[in-house]
Design a protein around this ligand. Structure first.
Ligand SMILES: C[S@@+](CC[C@H](N)C(=O)[O-])C[C@H]1O[C@@H](n2cnc3c(N)ncnc32)[C@H](O)[C@@H]1O
Length: 234
């Protein structure tokens, strides 16, 4: 998934304004949570770019499946606890006032069964009254197969071209990221496949409701991809 590209993750996603997203997230948390929030777990935290700003507001911990991305998260935010774990089956032995899963990471669980398992794990890590905040991936209706995408980085000592064509396999959205990367040491090419499950908003909401959470959906969210907010009863 993000293996060879891990060292370029932050430069590739430098267009994302993590600080502004966190400001918005904090406002949403304040709006929905009934009392003061102290602890937050960021599931699929990647290189910890949200955590870099969330840690100014909460006692934050992070979890991700990629050891490579976690290594960068640890460098970026020393002193934070990070867990190398699969969101589909994890047990940290403690609960938080807020659990987040941002930037569409939930799509990587691929199947409805895994969606249910992952959301169950996340909900189990919520304190009473706690919030589960999911930034979803595309839905079957909003995904556009057969579209071509390119992203370029043009720095003095680093050139990146990342090109892909989107396609669908059943309920999976798929793309092969072709990376062409130039540095003073040389130029290399590699391909990384990404496969994300296409879940409707109703399917994800239904899982949260079955888990006993009260669900609201913000169609715009932090980045235009929407935001599902589930609150555990007090
Ligand atoms: C698009 S990145 C988002 C990373 C980070 N949240 C951000 O906003 O930059 C998707 C993340 O999901 C993680 N991931 C994918 N499948 C996972 C799983 N089963 N359990 C935990 N993390 C997973 C990847 O390693 C990657 O860090």
């Amino acid at each position: 998934m993000f293996l060879e590209s891990a060292q370029y993750y932050d430069v590739i996603y430098s267009f994302k304004d993590y600080q502004a997203e966190v400001q918005q997230l904090v406002a949403i948390i304040n709006e929905h949570h009934l009392s003061e929030v102290k602890s937050l777990l960021d599931v699929a935290c990647g290189t910890g770019k949200h955590i870099q700003y969330l840690k100014d507001h909460y006692e934050v911990e992070g979890l991700d499946l990629s050891q490579e991305l976690l290594d960068f998260a640890r460098q970026c935010n020393p002193g934070i606890s990070y867990y190398h774990a699969d969101m589909v089956e994890f047990d940290l032995g403690r609960a938080f006032e807020v659990v987040t899963c941002l930037f569409s990471s939930i799509g990587y669980v691929k199947t409805h069964e895994n969606l249910s398992r992952a959301l169950t794990c996340m909900a189990r890590h919520l304190l009473p009254g706690g919030l589960l905040i999911i930034e979803p991936w595309f839905t079957p209706d909003t995904w556009n197969p057969g579209t071509v995408h390119a992203h370029f980085i043009d720095e003095p000592d680093l050139k990146i071209a990342r090109v892909n064509t989107s396609f669908t396999e059943g309920r999976l959205s798929c793309f092969d990221f072709h990376y062409l990367i130039g540095t003073p040491e040389g130029t290399k090419h590699f391909v990384e496949r990404h496969e994300l499950g296409l879940f409707t908003t109703e399917e994800t909401s239904a899982v949260l409701v079955d888990l006993g959470l009260k669900v609201t959906f913000d169609a715009e969210g932090l980045t235009g991809r929407g935001l599902l907010i589930g609150r555990k009863p007090v």
